[in-house]
Design a protein around this ligand. Sequence first.
Ligand code: MG
Length: 261
Amino acid sequence: MAPVLKTAEELEIMRQAGRIVAIAHEEMRRAIEPGVSTKRLDSIALTVLRDHGAEPCFLGYAPGNHPPFPATITASINNELVHGIPSESRALAEGDVIGIDVACFYQGYVGDAAFTHPVGEISRSAKRLLNATEAALDAAIQASILGNKISDVAKATSKCAGRQGYSVAREYTGHGVGQAMHEEPQVPNWWHSKKSKHQWEDYDLQIGMTYAIEPMLIAGRPDLAELDDGWTVVTKDGSLTAHFEHTVAITEAGPRILTLA
Ligand code: MG
């Protein structure tokens, strides 16, 4: 199914959804410190969403064999790549990095963004990984221009990661965003030279295309496992990970980030 192209009016609603997500992120960022539980961050996000007339996309989300996701945010600490479940008993510790992903429905449209934050003072290597992941997101956004394809966006991410000696998550991708949280196209963090090896489609970028780009960089090997909770994805070698995400629109004037405050 080809990506759904959005009208200018739809983009304005998506911009509002994205702003609400950005405000939730900002409120959580302020609360991050050693000792704070991931459940507390989750409560902050839910309050912001509801105060703005939005609803969380993840709460109750149950694709495939997954149990319904029980929270508003995913909170993934250190070697947890994505999809960590917030918990009262999981407190942040000095030196951790925490990846938080939030998506909301607002007036029928979705905004989706993720950030990875330091908790207190973090190691130099952790800082370097966070910076590289943000740089990869920026490179992929800059590649989101007319004349390019989804594969160019994917390659921008992997090139940026590889240059700094990091792996990317191969099985998890960004995705089209619109009335549903996951639409076409899939937006991978890498691209194989052989088309037959891919399960995803390449598309020419077009005005009105909207998708979430989400580089997930890994300091060690890119082999991943899912925990028994049915959600949390971790690196098998325990290495550190980082995840940043913005929802963007392709416009005549270039990429437009929809998930800014
Ligand atoms: Mg997301």
